[in-house]
Ligand binder design. Structure first.
Ligand code: DAH
Length: 442
């Protein structure tokens, strides 16, 4: 792992941007105008650093499908919930503290999302947010302090070390929404503004997905009803289908209880579109303490929250087959979304170039994590890698060692690849599997 951090540091040392400086022998990283000291946790490759500092993020680029989806969600929420006032935020700095990303959200200390194999750390204390929920506490606080907003809607880029395939990319976009209610009267009023509310929809599995005991059961039930009715209305509006069919699934998130996932029926299949729930009372109470006067209004308050992946919605809505397309500069992609407003166009794929496959087999070791391998491939192939698949694995009967064979599929979305250029990339990948990840190639 330490080696991975060193490799990553080497990677940004060679980056074209001058993000790295040395101060009294400490390696320093400059991100979005702020300086951070590197340490053993630092695992930020230059390609990610460049994306984190794009002057205009994809969700803020005019007519980009992610911006189109963001606007639709904003408009759908505002028009379906006319009694609530949401603060709109979409320029939040991607570097947050581990406290914001995990602790304030009550994420358990041993949760896998905190590990270096899943998250991009700037250093031990700071990281690239892994979800927009990282801003919940600060934005709830702003809402309460303002006295004029009932909630917020925040869109941002989020970062995760992950596998490589057509729906996973280390940078993607989410939208977070929170609505706070001070009292039963408050939620009663808000419910009157929503049409076709079904009070039965907010049942939950009291054993595995319980209501919070600090909450008044009736008030809490009404908040869940408001949440579910609002989410269904937003989805009907985005998909422009008043008959869209839904399925609510009980689930677990550290920051909500009860927690739900919403699925929609799409071309005969149930697909998940968002996660949501009733905000854990501790989160609101912890926010509250520095602002005692304003928070008094929320002493017995209850809030709901939701998170939506923008790529996921855009891929379903416009039939976009590969997540890398969101990052292309190709006009054949962007011209299809110019001025689409509320039209639900279907993306017309332009010619697909042929793939180049390369296999690699190696003996794993105790430190091996698939995400480290994926990152290595990305480091050399960038967007030329389409997916990495485990095609074979076995354990040697005598030595007990595990062998894995991965197939890397390289394909450009813009041109034909030359076998010789891919050979060079694959050579670098294999060399680093040996030298950096300490794996024995077979
Ligand atoms: N943060 C979650 C994720 O990235 C999504 C989410 C789920 C956000 C439930 C919420 C929520 O606000 O209440 O998977």
């Amino acid at each position: 792992m330490l080696k991975i951090a060193r490799r990553a540091q080497n990677a940004f040392a060679t980056a074209k941007s001058s993000n790295q400086e040395s101060l009294n022998g400490l390696r320093m990283l400059q991100i979005c105008g702020k300086q951070y000291a590197c340490d053993d946790w630092t695992n930020l490759p230059s390609s990610i650093l460049i994306k984190a500092q794009r002057p205009i993020k994809l969700h803020n680029s005019l007519d980009h499908p992610l911006q189109v989806v963001k606007k639709r969600i904003q408009n759908a929420l505002i028009s379906s919930d006319t009694c609530s006032k949401y603060a709109i935020r979409d320029e939040l700095d991607p570097v947050v503290s581990a406290v914001q990303n995990f602790d304030q959200l009550l994420v358990p200390t041993d949760h896998v999302s905190r590990s270096k194999s899943d998250t991009y750390y700037v250093n031990e204390k700071y990281l690239l947010r892994t979800h927009t929920s990282a801003h919940q506490s600060e934005l709830i606080s702003e809402c309460i302090m303002s006295g004029s907003y009932d909630g917020f809607l925040a869109a941002a880029d989020v970062y995760r070390r992950d596998e490589i395939d057509s729906v996973h990319y280390p940078v993607f976009h989410q939208m977070e929404g929170v609505r706070l209610f001070k009292s039963v009267q408050d939620v009663t009023r808000a419910l009157q503004c929503i049409q076709n509310v079904d009070l039965e929809t907010a049942s939950c599995n009291q054993v595995e997905n319980p209501r919070q005991s600090v909450h008044d059961p009736k008030f809490q039930h009404m908040v869940s009803v408001h949440l579910k009715a609002t989410m269904e209305s937003v989805m009907k509006s985005i998909f422009q289908n008043p008959n869209l069919q839904f399925r609510w699934i009980d689930t677990y998130f550290p920051f909500t209880s009860p927690s739900y996932e919403l699925e929609i029926l799409w071309h005969g299949k149930w697909i998940e579109v968002l996660g949501c729930g009733v905000v854990r009372d501790e989160i609101i109470k912890n926010v509250a303490s520095p602002h005692q006067i304003q928070i008094n209004d929320y002493n017995n308050g209850i809030g709901w929250a939701f998170g939506i992946g923008l790529e996921r919605i855009a891929m379903i809505l416009f039939n976009i087959p590969d997540i890398r397309l969101f990052w292309t500069d190709d006009e054949r992609f962007h011209s299809q979304f110019k001025g689409i407003d509320n039209r639900n166009i279907q993306f017309n794929p332009y010619s697909k170039y042929p793939p180049v496959y390369k296999d690699v087999s190696f003996w794993t070791n105790a430190q091996f994590h698939e995400n480290d391998f994926a990152e290595l491939v990305r480091e050399y192939a960038d967007d030329l890698v389409e997916n990495v698949t485990l095609i074979d694995s076995f354990t040697h009967p005598k030595s007990g060692r595990e062998s894995r064979c991965y197939r890397v599929l390289y394909r450009s979305m813009e041109r034909n690849l030359l076998n010789t250029e891919i050979d060079k990339i694959q050579e670098q990948v294999v060399k680093n599997l040996k030298d950096v990840l300490n794996l024995d190639i077979r």
